[in-house]
Design a protein. Structure first.
Length: 209
């Protein structure tokens, strides 16, 4: 059984607005996190969704940052890692966002009922093709299978007017397979951004269904 003591390793400040606690056994924001935030900021103004889900929330930085845009009336931060759930709750409290952000512990979007409409989900997937154990392993172990599972689960739950923003990596596996599966499930690619690192290419895709 996983146990969390709520240890805070450090606190950082973002844009002189957000105070973010970085917690033990929780994924610290990195290049993939900032790529996801940039893409969400770009697409948020052009769609009508009022509910935003920060899937695989980690510290909760994506949902907290997006809350500063004042575009969504309700934000859910979701993670399977219980230490992450505690960390997000701490960061929601630190930034006075308890009225806007709820925190849920769930494996991917299994918590979400079928037939939802008008929802945006942003997910920095655990995209490395490894099977590391432990709480931090939950943040990066999954590979292409977790990416494809995300599309399948969302297709089962979304009725219409849904947006799925997903970050994965060239290390995950054949990217063409992602696009093929997404298309077969009725998703339409509306945007794609990449970021090249010295050992991989990060890919952030925006799909509508």
């Amino acid at each position: 059984m996983y146990k969390c003591d709520g240890t805070i390793d450090k606190v950082i400040e973002l844009d002189n607005i957000i105070k973010l606690a970085i917690c033990s056994e929780v994924y610290e924001p990195s290049d993939d996190t900032w790529l996801l935030i940039d893409v969400v900021k770009q697409v948020a103004c052009g769609q009508s969704s009022r509910v935003f889900v920060d899937m695989g929330a980690g510290t909760g930085v994506v949902g907290i940052y997006i809350s500063t845009l004042n575009l969504y009336s309700y934000i859910l931060s979701v993670d399977i890692n219980p230490c992450s759930v505690l960390c997000v709750l701490e960061n929601v409290r630190r930034n006075g966002l308890g009225h806007l952000i709820d925190v849920v512990q769930s494996d991917n979007m299994l918590f979400l009922r079928c037939g939802v409409e008008g929802i945006t989900i942003a997910y920095n997937t655990p995209y490395l093709p490894v099977s590391d154990e432990g709480l931090l392993g939950l943040a990066w172990s999954g590979g292409l299978n977790e990416v494809l599972r995300t599309f399948t689960l969302f297709a089962e739950r979304c009725r219409k007017h849904c947006l799925l923003i997903v970050v994965f990596s060239s290390l995950s596996g054949p990217l063409d397979q992602v696009f093929e599966i997404a298309t077969n499930l009725g998703f339409k690619l509306v945007a794609i951004r990449t970021k090249h690192l010295f050992f991989e290419k990060l890919v952030c895709t925006v799909f509508r269904r």
